[in-house]
Design a binder for this molecule. Structure first.
Ligand code: ZN
Length: 237
């Protein structure tokens, strides 16, 4: 399973969603040690952070090698992001498309801030490799998910910290169906089932109804994207 054996430690941006859970498994299959970082920024779907413990337990149970590699988990609280944002992710307003063509779930600069905090923590802990689930294929038009943005930020962080920082984005060119397939390749049906059951995607933070793709309202853009990806994946398995 280990394609690129490494004696390095990676820091994974781990929110408790489908993408970051898959990225965590990806990192565990490549690095010798993996730490995680999550952010409490006043998101409506704060429940996603609570999903992390079950995912971590489950991922460790799937593969003893992975369990041995899992290191510290960090949670940073960034209330400032909600204070300066007026978005459907941080306020109780309906999700809609804005005049700029972006959905109002867009939190300006969110990934730039997350990756910069992650890099600062990585620096302090002697880690040079950061893994994030940014994706240009299925993205909702968020400009901070684009590969060009990530590459530019990698350059800025490396310059600004005078230390090589590599930003890994294994999902960048994968759609949601391909992300399910990657989970299958990394950890078999056990990992797919774990992510389906215990990862959280719904923007509204709903976990009441169980669909074949997992829990969520089924109507918000994140749920629809996850549902479509699952049906495409399931049709191809
Ligand atoms: Zn939803």
């Amino acid at each position: 399973m280990t394609e690129h054996a490494s004696d390095k430690t990676a820091l994974v941006l781990f929110s408790g969603g489908q993408d970051s859970a898959t990225c965590l498994a990806w990192a565990l299959s490549r690095f010798s040690r993996v730490e995680t970082i999550g952010f409490d920024y006043g998101q409506r779907h704060l429940i996603e952070l609570e999903c992390r413990a079950r995912l971590l337990d489950g991922i460790g149970a799937i593969n003893a090698d992975w369990a041995a590699k899992l290191g510290d988990g960090h949670t940073l609280t960034i209330p400032t992001l909600a204070e300066i944002s007026d978005t459907a992710l941080t306020r109780d307003v309906a999700i809609a498309m804005g005049a700029d063509g972006l959905p109002n779930t867009f939190v300006p600069g969110r990934n730039l801030i997350f990756l910069t905090f992650a890099a600062a923590l990585a620096y302090r802990r002697g880690i040079a490799d950061i893994v994030g689930g940014m994706c240009e294929t299925d993205y909702s038009g968020y400009p901070d998910c684009r590969n060009d943005t990530i590459q530019a930020l990698q350059t800025a962080l490396t310059l600004g910290m005078a230390r090589d920082i590599t930003l890994h984005t294994p999902l960048m060119w994968r759609d949601k169906a391909a992300t399910w397939k990657l989970a299958k390749d990394l950890g078999g049906d056990a990992l797919v089932d774990l992510i389906r059951e215990d990862s959280h995607t719904c923007y509204l933070g709903e976990r009441g109804a169980r669909h074949d793709w997992g829990y969520g309202c089924g109507e918000c853009p994140a749920c629809r994207l996850r549902a479509r990806g699952w049906s495409e994946y399931a049709a191809g398995v």
